[in-house]
Design a protein around this ligand. Structure first.
Ligand code: ASP
Length: 718
């Protein structure tokens, strides 16, 4: 092993024992390092099980019950038959895809009465982590020269070689991830299940109760959960969907503790946090706060104003745009909270103070200054890049669709030569059909008109090419969007299909003037902006890698530095506790059913509850899940979480499930950049509320019967 890395890893071990107690709840820890870094603190805080119960390779441990859900959420197994619990917002697209106006599961909910009724969700995956190993020395072998310069091509080759070796040896899928900006590498062996079926979706009045108004808010009463099931082949191995597949038999499933939690209790959140940037230099934070976030927020705000109005007018548009609206509004609101939190924390000044400390302790001024200077000089290209990304991701969908249509047109000749013309023709026909089914062209056109001026306003001047300006401003925005949406072949599925069929029969793109704009836009993005952005990015990454190594060394024994979240398995721990969002206000740590009913507003779609729910709630029939009069609904804790932790299990000191993580409070959302132990709180749905809804509200008692419920002893009942 490279000497530098040996000392780096050693220094991490040492840091654990001298941690700054103020930062006690900050950190997303790698399960393989818990024993060295965190065990003592966790035990002192209340943990009653061993670290081997949380993570071990040879025996079923809690990690075997925690799965990546789809592309970016967490889920956990809660029965011996592969029953998977995750958030409603994580299952949302799958639920939407099973829904129609006739069977509106998204709105009305769904329970499979038997396993035969469970609905295969095409494209959905659930991923188990088989084992985690540190592989820094293998990945960096031969990749660092005597002067310390890294050879990224060699690193990539080493990663590939390791992956090839491990997949041949084990049959599992290896994923190599870098930690601390390329200062360490870990390999995660994974087992990816592809036959995932929908078991239960609560009605939206439960799963999205409070909608955008309550999203990212505390106090909260959302039943943000849904259930799926993993199916496997006869050998309990991953397999493509088949009616012969059987429910997966896990190595471990989570027990459900009906004893609940009380203030001060130890909790852990086990899951796959997506991305944090806790070590940004001060100028990066300034750029984010002053330029990037405002641009993204305003672009999304404009798109949302159009989508929300359209959804309020028609039930069909509501179903069509539900997932898109949720996705856009989720981070729109998050970024607003993040900026407020960073301002309140005085984040730039705080980071500057840390940088001063770093320098005082002997950290290198050269790297730090170069980084901050780069953020200043390269700021424009980053803002421009983010603004365009946001325009395409959250703005008009026709732009992205036109781009794939252009690729299809450009592929005609080659497909003909290879005898693949029919396949391309069919594939594109299906894409055309699906686009026009999921997009309301009038809404999309209105989004274009609303969002485009904001894009221009946030683009630094030299990042809006005159050629594009000429095309749009030359005739004015109204006429331009008419040309794109109403007077082109894109005006309807029929017209576009005719254009496609004609192009296919001549194996040549038929003329269409509306394509010029998208051609020029992408030519600019790919040939000019992207390379410039990539250059700055490469420079920044190299500097961050050096800076991070220096941070680790400089703060050795003084600050505990965990690797930023990167979608890998982490454990975070804290306590059930309330907080003070502002002077004079203290938030309680728990919400209950009576609070949920207080929020009810008959005529407000976001807080509406049907008569059937009100009737069941009034019965106060909560047993055997809860023996008191006011059923707990949600609670908060000081566990450091982020997006990707959605759907993560909240575990008590015995490693039993007490809650389902689904959000953070609005005052917390800056924790992706800077964590504040005073105010950062994760929000979890109380598992007893989930059980009550499943059984008593939705008639899914067969599902709670399948779970391992640990009855509350009288002393632990809370
Ligand atoms: N609700 C959040 C999300 O959807 C989860 C979090 O960031 O804490 O990403």
């Amino acid at each position: 092993m490279h000497a530098f890395f040996r000392s780096l890893i050693l220094s991490l071990f040492l840091i654990g024992s001298t941690a700054n107690p103020l930062l006690a709840h900050e950190g997303m820890w790698l399960p393989v390092l818990l024993q060295q870094l965190n065990e003592k603190e966790m035990k002192d805080m209340g943990l009653r099980i061993s670290i081997a119960d949380i993570y071990s390779v040879n025996n079923g441990s809690l990690k075997d019950a925690v799965f990546i859900f789809g592309g970016g959420c967490t889920s956990e197994i809660i029965s011996s038959q592969g029953l998977l619990l995750t958030n409603h917002h994580c299952g949302y697209s799958a639920i939407q895809s099973h829904s129609s106006m006739a069977n509106n599961y998204l709105r009305d909910g769904f329970v499979a009465k038997t396993q035969a009724d469970e609905l295969p969700s095409k494209g959905l995956t659930a991923t188990r982590i088989v084992r985690i190993d540190e592989v820094t020395s293998q990945i960096l072998m031969g990749a660092i020269d005597a002067s310390g310069k890294r050879n990224e091509t060699q690193i990539q080759a080493n990663i590939q070689a390791l992956k090839d070796k491990l997949s041949a040896e084990t049959g599992f899928s290896p994923v190599v991830k870098s930690m601390y900006y390329g200062n360490q590498y870990y390999v995660f062996l994974t087992e990816v299940f592809t036959d995932i079926r929908m078991v239960l979706a609560p009605p939206s009045y439960i799963g999205k109760y409070g909608y955008d108004e309550d999203n990212w808010m505390w106090p909260r009463h959302t039943g943000d959960f849904s259930m799926f099931r993993i199916y496997a082949d006869a050998d309990n191995k991953p397999a493509a969907y088949s009616p012969d597949n059987k429910p997966y038999k896990p190595y471990r499933h989570l027990e459900i503790d009906l004893g609940g939690v009380k203030e001060g209790d130890f909790t852990m959140v086990y899951g796959f946090p997506g991305q944090t940037q806790e070590y940004l230099p001060s100028e990066s934070i300034r750029l984010l706060m002053e330029k990037t976030n405002p641009a993204r927020i305003e672009l999304r705000e404009k798109a949302l104003s159009v989508i929300n109005a359209a959804m309020a007018k028609s039930a069909e548009t509501q179903l069509q745009y539900a997932a898109k609206q949720s996705r856009i509004s989720n981070y729109w609101k998050k970024w607003i909270g993040e900026n407020r939190g960073l301002i309140k924390l005085n984040a730039v000044a705080q980071r500057q103070a840390l940088e001063k400390e770093f320098l005082k302790l002997g950290g290198s001024a050269e790297t730090l200054n170069a980084l901050n200077a780069l953020e200043k000089s390269g700021g424009d290209v980053q803002v421009a890049y983010e603004a365009y990304v946001e325009f395409i991701r959250s703005g008009p969908e026709l732009i992205g669709f036109m781009r794939s249509y252009i690729s299809a047109l450009e592929g005609l000749q080659a497909a003909k030569e290879k005898g693949e013309l029919d396949a391309l023709a069919e594939k594109t026909r299906a894409q055309i059909a699906s686009f026009y089914q999921k997009t309301d062209l009038e809404v999309d056109k209105a989004i274009f008109k609303a969002v485009f001026p904001v894009l221009k306003q946030h683009l630094p001047a030299s990042y809006w090419p005159s050629e594009l300006n000429q095309q749009v401003e030359g005739i004015g925005l109204d006429a331009f969007t008419d040309q794109l949406y109403s007077n082109s072949v894109f005006a309807s599925a029929k017209k576009l299909s005719a254009h496609w069929d004609k192009s296919v029969s001549s194996a040549e793109a038929q003329p269409e003037p509306a394509l010029l704009f998208v051609r020029s836009l992408y030519a600019y993005l790919l040939n000019t902006l992207q390379p410039e952005f990539a250059k700055t990015n490469t420079e920044r990454e190299a500097l961050m890698q050096t800076y991070m190594a220096q941070l680790l060394k400089t703060f050795e024994g003084k600050r505990r530095l965990y690797p930023d979240a990167n979608g890998t398995l982490r454990l975070t721990y804290g306590k059930v506790e309330g907080y003070s969002p502002r002077s004079g206000v203290r938030y309680h740590w728990q919400t209950t059913l009576s609070g949920l009913l207080e929020k009810y507003q008959k005529d407000h779609p976001d807080f509406h509850l049907p008569e059937s729910f009100l009737t069941v709630a009034k019965l106060q029939d909560f047993q055997p899940y809860y023996y008191g009069k006011d059923l707990p609904v949600a609670f908060i804790g000081s566990n450091h979480t982020t997006g990707g932790n959605s759907g993560s299990p909240v575990l008590n000191e015995y490693g039993r499930l007490v809650g389902l993580n689904f959000d953070r409070s609005w005052e917390s959302t800056m924790s992706d950049i800077m964590f504040d132990p005073e105010r950062c709180r994760n929000i979890a749905c109380d598992v007893r509320y989930i059980c009550w809804v499943v059984d008593k509200v939705m008639g899914g008692g067969h599902l709670t019967e399948e779970m391992t419920l640990i009855e509350p002893s009288s002393t632990r009942m809370r």
